[in-house]
Design a protein around this ligand. Structure first.
Ligand code: PLP
Length: 395
């Protein structure tokens, strides 16, 4: 019996992808083993984060890195860092931002529910641009000139959500922001693969970038990477680490926290509720190294084998089935089933959720009648179970 069975909690088959509400993905045994090893010892957390910084810097090309409890946590402490810099008084005041640069510019088309993490710091979002291509009435999105026009002496940062279709291009946003010494914070939580994105946004000049540890990287569900400029990572660390320290005894690792740059020792900061444990930090670093070692090609083949296995079971069903992302090693291969109506898609969804174990699909396109099977979070043998259940449900 597994731990969930012993506790009477039903497990599911997650064919929806690395969704947080479905518990993300599956960790490799090496990652679980590293976490168990980590749990058996105690360490100084600032020393562990300094090691994490070295590892993340090496892999991302950033000056420094940090591990938080997720991408959203990384966005919060990263934004806090942009608001306060190394001013301990400002850190203590957040989320009261009176007297600070507290405006964060965001292209209107980049707004999403995760910007709560930005607003939690006390920052005020300034939305810019008119994404009229979204309404079908035009062809444009936010323009760099919209961002340039919005920058003022109150601007703390530009918030940029990276996707394959984000506009304006990041490099252009960086150019206008840096012309006014404004940092750019990139939410790239789910932008892996391609693996090259671990370095791309930093190479394009982003000052801070976040990636989720619990998505494609395959780390603990509650982990995330923040990487970027050294002084901003230092400011983020100071607002996340436990700061119950005695001033004259406190001796943090200088490559993460350079005490000579601090006028005073900050107290617990706004990020303290986003605590990451030693187990998460070690798990994330282990998973990150395995992710890099596997490479896009091998990962794509692993996922493709499951996607093909599902599609093979659907060869005779009376609905069009497509396998996408087959030929692109940087894509996640997926199986789409196109039902005639939304009602038919709902019926299929309901039937699979009633399957034991329940099977969850990607339903983001369900209103158009399409359901999608994503192989990223399947266990060995799940692809055949999903294929059989789908074939039976579709008759
Ligand atoms: C998943 C996601 C997040 C949140 O990441 P966590 O690691 O779950 O905190 C933020 N932004 C985007 C775009 C995401 O896809």
């Amino acid at each position: 019996m597994n731990i969930y069975q012993r506790r009477g909690v039903p497990t599911i088959i997650n064919a929806a992808g690395t969704l947080t509400r479905l518990s993300g993905g599956i960790m490799r045994p090496e990652v679980s083993a590293a976490m168990a090893d980590a749990a058996g010892y105690t360490v100084d957390m600032a020393t562990l984060q300094a090691h994490a910084s070295d590892t993340i810097a090496e892999i991302t090309g950033a000056e420094a890195g940090y591990v938080a409890s997720g991408s959203a946590a990384g966005l919060m402490i990263g934004t806090a860092a942009c608001l306060t810099g190394l001013d301990a008084g400002a850190m203590a005041r957040l989320p009261d931002t009176r007297g600070l640069k507290n405006r964060v510019i965001v292209p209107r088309s980049h707004r999403n529910s995760y910007d709560h993490a930005v607003r939690t710091t006390g920052a005020r979002l300034v939305e810019v641009g008119l994404p009229d291509r979204g309404s079908g009435a035009g062809v444009r999105d936010t323009e760099v000139s919209d961002i340039a026009a919005a920058i003022s002496d109150r601007t703390a940062a530009v918030h940029y959500v990276a996707t394959r279709i984000s506009q304006p291009p990041l490099a252009d946003v960086v150019a206008v922001a840096h012309a006014s010494q404004v940092p750019v914070v990139v939410d790239a939580a789910a932008e892996l693969p391609p693996q090259a994105n671990l370095r791309n946004f930093i190479a394009e000049g982003a000052d801070l970038v976040v990636f989720s540890g619990g998505k494609a990287i395959g780390g603990p569900q509650a982990s995330g990477i923040l990487c970027g400029r050294k002084h901003l990572i230092m400011a983020a660390a100071l607002q996340h680490l436990d700061m119950d320290v005695v001033d004259d005894l406190w001796d943090p690792p200088a490559r993460l926290i350079d005490r000579s740059r601090l006028a005073a020792v900050p107290r617990h900061g706004i990020g303290r509720p986003c605590k990451a444990g030693k187990e998460e930090i070690i798990g994330l670093l282990t998973a990150l190294e395995l992710f890099v070692a596997e490479g896009d090609e091998a990962r794509h083949q692993r996922w493709l084998a499951d996607a093909r296995a599902i599609a093979d079971h659907l060869a005779d069903v009376p609905a069009p089935v497509t396998l996408t992302g087959q030929d692109d090693p940087t894509a996640v291969p997926k199986v789409s089933v196109h039902l005639a109506t939304r009602a038919a898609a709902k019926a299929l969804h309901d039937r699979l959720v009633d399957h034991r174990p329940a099977i969850h699909l990607d339903v983001s396109d369900y209103r158009s009648g399409t359901v999608v099977l994503n192989p990223m979070c399947l266990r060995p043998g799940d692809a055949a179970r999903v294929g059989n259940a789908l074939a039976a449900a579709l008759g």
